[in-house]
Design a protein around this ligand. Sequence first.
Ligand code: BES
Ligand code: ZN
Length: 868
Amino acid sequence: MSTAANKPATIHLSDYQPPAFLISDVQLTVELGEENTLITSLLEFKRNAVDARQVRLHGENLALKNLSVNGIPVPPTEYTLSTTELCFLAPDDDFTVQIVTEIKPQENTALEGLYKSSGNFCTQCEAEGFRKITYFLDRPDVMATFTTTIIGDPDKYPFMLSNGNLDGQGLLHDGRQFYRWVDPHPKPAYLFALVAGDLACVEDEFVTMSDRRIKLQIFVEKGNENKCAHAMTSLKKSMKWDEEKYGREYDLDIFMIVAVGDFNMGAMENKGLNVFNSKYVLASTETATDADYDGIESVIAHEYFHNWTGNRITCRDWFQLTLKEGLTVFRDQQFSADMNSAAVKRIEDVQRLRAAQYPEDAGPLAHPIQPQSYVEINNFYTATVYEKGAEVIRMIHTMVGEDRFRKGMDLYFDRHDGQAVTTEEFVKAIEDGADIDLTQFRRWYLQAGTPEISVSDMYDGDSKTYHLTITQKNGKAEDLSDPLHIPVRMGLLGQNGADLLETETGDGSVLLDLTEKTQKFTFENIAEKPVPSLFRGFSAPIKLSKNPSDDAIDLLFKKDSDLFNRWEAGQRLATKILVDLTDTFGTDKSANNLPEYYLEAFAELMNDHDLDPAFRAAAMTLPGESYIGQQMQVVDVDAIHHSRKSSAKAIGLRFEKELQEIYDRNLGQKDYGRRKLKNTALSYLAATGKEDYISLSANQYKTATTMTDRVAALAKLVETDHSAREEALEDFYSRWEKDQLVIDKWFTLQAVSSRDKAMKDVERLLSHSAFTLLNPNRVRSLVGAFAAGNAVHFHAKSGKGYQFLSDQILALNKTNPQIAARLVSPLGQWRRYDADRQQLMKTELSRILEEENLSNHVYEMASKSLDN
Ligand code: BES
Ligand code: ZN
């Protein structure tokens, strides 16, 4: 904990030193108790730096009960203890250390280290939580084999789980039970896990490519056994996919997943024992939406894929985080694209990148995917490290193609299995294995900011040549950066919309290597003046400013053979219209007229039955408010909201008949895409404000057989002040009162409503009996959803929204600093707003910084948000 006057230390990548000592083996005994939990660890040490004398172990909030070296107790005069370290002298090159610590997991509200959730013990050790369990070299380049013995009351904790394979279990003389687990794969402490509780277990099996039978177990709270099927299927698909796509086989006899209700993150890849936020395990059609199903599939895959990209090969230090996270996000994206509609998946990935990463990269907390410094590592599990990190891997994949990428990955696994490595070692392995020069490409790891691309063109009809000039500029204010190596996948469309380029791949696309600040590309034998389709499939995480394809953007919207770019064209077109419309806000100019060329293209798409319905739904959806805001000099939340709302209304009125038809035709369909299309139609119909469609929503709410349909309908009702609103909200609450994950949705729907009373609603919900700051999902469902998803009310001119958020941050700072810190970023966007709002937001950031016992987590986020 720190105050502004007592600044916490900054850790720099340039200060990295290999560990002075290594630990090769850990024998851990954990005696679980209601008052105290006792941890005894026996560590095999090895000197790693010739001149090292002092052993310095990490430890926080621990009561040290005993320290012995080579079996001899060390008296307190011969060790030193601080709030973060235990230091003593090494007797030799090799020695053993026994440490006994005592902790109180039941009082742990930060949910890091060993804690309790619904009466069960569980752990979260990444990044630096193991040091809250016992003293250790808690850094990822210290890898050890672990044997874990868990001891406790068999009635309270019939299941006792840890990493590796089960090596024994039984009863002790005193009536307590023990389970012993052996993990033969050396791992850093952050991958350690322990779970104990009275759980239900769902079991299955997977036969690997070399015919090994793996036991699969999902542990959930009793009563939830019937909500594990989708998670289990997703796990088996992931295991199969990693074998087929990357040749990676699972390496223990058992793979366990535990779902817990209190979890700071989404899920955690502990070796052989993944711990999940129950949100990413539990699903039934009545309680989970289609989006929830997708989330489960991708998070299960993500954590499973870490077994190779993260666990077998891990990070040397936390600056290398994108080594495992960027790569594993890329892998889970590939997996989901293979399992579902690839184009729709790509659209969703890009939407997420733009919504979360672009603002981060343009704001005070911008950092390269490999940061150079941090105060609190937990603040660096960011959209940049994850999503932009995945885009960087994807660009390499795009440049070398599927087969060579696989060769690069094979070499990476061969060369570094069992090691803790750097991103540089990854890039080198890909370079060697895939046979590509990535010298310039490496800059992506070191430069922050979203590159801005501008393009001009020239067609010479006489020589039938087409010239394209592409310029790149780093998006950060002063552009002192070196040019990046940017892969530009593109095609040329004729006036009828057909691809003009004949290419090897047959998809009408070529790949250009943009390596200079400004570069000219020439195309020969182009029969007519083409329309360029640039960055197909979003081949690089850049911002494309106005460019020649904008002049025929409706052609791209109607005809581009690249579905991503077809969607993108529709978004660009709509964004331009919506931004222009913000000018009419507050004037008496009618905003209900959308340009005819847009409506025409919209109609064409809406009625194109050859297209995947999920794609059609995505392409019919207007860009979100925050994306529109990103295109404005000063974000005007009210004007944006008005312009989007009135445009939706205009579309609803214009196409009322067609939308009703779509609604009727897709009602009651099992297909995910058709459900999405139907609910998109419902949105537009509801936007007309007609009473008929309030009834339609109310009726859909009442008769829904899936949570997708129920939530879609309720979301429409929650936007109104109609009596049907309260009726449905009450019904929803009483129907699902016992299901925490569903009640989270109930909070969120109200938190993001744009109706006038929303701020009051949110304040009232804060004192609702079901609200608690101690459960991260609940905090996200109300506070997080409000700050990130309710622009109009969060940015209310009164400043009440800002105050509300900082009040919650300060309260959470005391119990769960990680969650508190993650809520700061909306305030950090102050530069994007008008002067009054800027002042109000800065006032709240200063108020946060004045708090006496500010955690390092919140301190870093708030101080950087204010100063940088
Ligand atoms: N290793 C992380 C979990 C984690 C994050 C632990 C931060 C400690 C601090 C895990 O693999 C992960 O990335 N989880 C994501 C979900 C994933 C699908 C991107 C998460 O929890 O949000
Ligand atoms: Zn991860």
